[in-house]
Design a protein. Structure first.
Length: 320
């Protein structure tokens, strides 16, 4: 070590493997006798004296410094003080660097994505405020939309996946045991195969669906969907409602391979390359937003705060 005021200071240092800065450790200095001074040979103090080794028998978890000085006078005293200050400051800075590295490593929001939970609308909002949160990074985590995986992922948000962007309401949140932050409303639309008789239409009506099989999520999945279901049963019995259990690629393929019409939302326009999403002239919408753990981490809370900030900006798109 080189000190501007005290010159070159030679020393050996022992740091226990258990030391990580999370708790204080004793710092022990073993000063050399005549036989251990630097002119006697580099490192000779470790062989001529055993104070440093004996000290570990009393306190195993202890940082031990064994300096080699040039003399026994004022210079060595000043160098001892300078070395002690250096080691203490170095340990503090090392801990801070380690903490910062861990924070940078841990400042990753893991976003679960699937054909039915695309991240594009969320990312569109996040880019507006990303410069205000430069330490937060996003990592896309693909997952399969099966009944089992969806239940497991949403119930354990914060474990392997932090957030998922998708449609929801209070009923679904209670069912899946997660929390949600609404970003905007998505229009409930219809998905049809490219060869369906309605595929060329830009907008549909209730009457267009008369005589068709209309695939809908089962009753109790969403209050918003159940309102549409009640309207159909009451006012448009010519529409054949068929229930299914979960949105998955299987139900999209069923729609593409048949003349069935699938209830969908606008964000799913890229979920299946052979399906067309068409809006309908009705009032029905469903919340779209971020699903997260009921007990979110501080990082997730910051992320949600950032998204809220983006949504509050004047240029935020009106998706209702």
């Amino acid at each position: 070590m080189h000190s501007e005021s005290e010159g070159e200071i030679h020393y050996n240092l022992y740091v226990p493997e258990s030391y990580d800065g999370s708790e204080p450790y004793a710092l022990f200095f073993t000063l050399p006798g005549y036989e251990g001074l630097y002119f006697q040979g580099v490192g000779v103090n470790l062989y001529s004296e055993d104070f440093g080794f004996t000290a570990r028998e009393y306190i195993p978890d202890m940082i031990i410094a064994a300096p080699q000085f040039e003399d026994w006078g004022e210079t060595s005293a000043d160098q001892t003080i300078a070395l002690a200050k250096y080691i203490i400051q170095y340990c503090k800075e090392s801990v801070e660097r380690a903490k910062k590295a861990m924070e940078e490593k841990d400042n990753i929001i893991r976003v679960g994505i699937s054909p039915m939970t695309p991240a594009a609308p969320l990312l569109q909002e996040w880019t507006k405020v990303q410069k205000d949160y430069p330490d937060i990074k996003l990592q896309m985590i693909p997952f399969m939309n099966s009944q089992e995986s969806a239940r497991e992922i949403l119930r354990n948000l914060g474990t392997n996946i932090d957030v998922v962007a998708g449609i929801f309401d209070e009923t679904m949140l209670k069912l899946r045991q997660c929390a949600g932050m609404e970003m905007f409303r998505q229009r409930i639309c219809c998905a049809v195969s490219a060869t369906h008789r309605l595929a060329d239409k830009e907008v549909l009506t209730f009457q267009d669906l008369h005589g068709e099989n209309f695939l809908m999520m089962h009753r109790g999945w969403s209050n918003y969907v159940d309102e549409l279901r009640e309207d159909i049963w009451k006012n448009h019995p010519q529409i054949h409602v068929i229930d299914f259990d979960i949105y998955s690629m299987e139900i999209f393929n069923r729609c593409e391979n048949s003349d069935d019409i699938l209830m969908a939302v606008e964000n799913w326009k890229d979920a299946h390359p052979l399906l067309k999403i068409i809006p309908v002239e009705w009032k029905y919408t469903i919340p779209y937003g971020i699903l997260y753990s009921p007990e979110p981490s501080d990082l997730v809370k910051r992320f949600l705060k950032g998204v809220k900030k983006a949504l509050s900006q004047p240029d935020a798109a009106d998706r209702v």
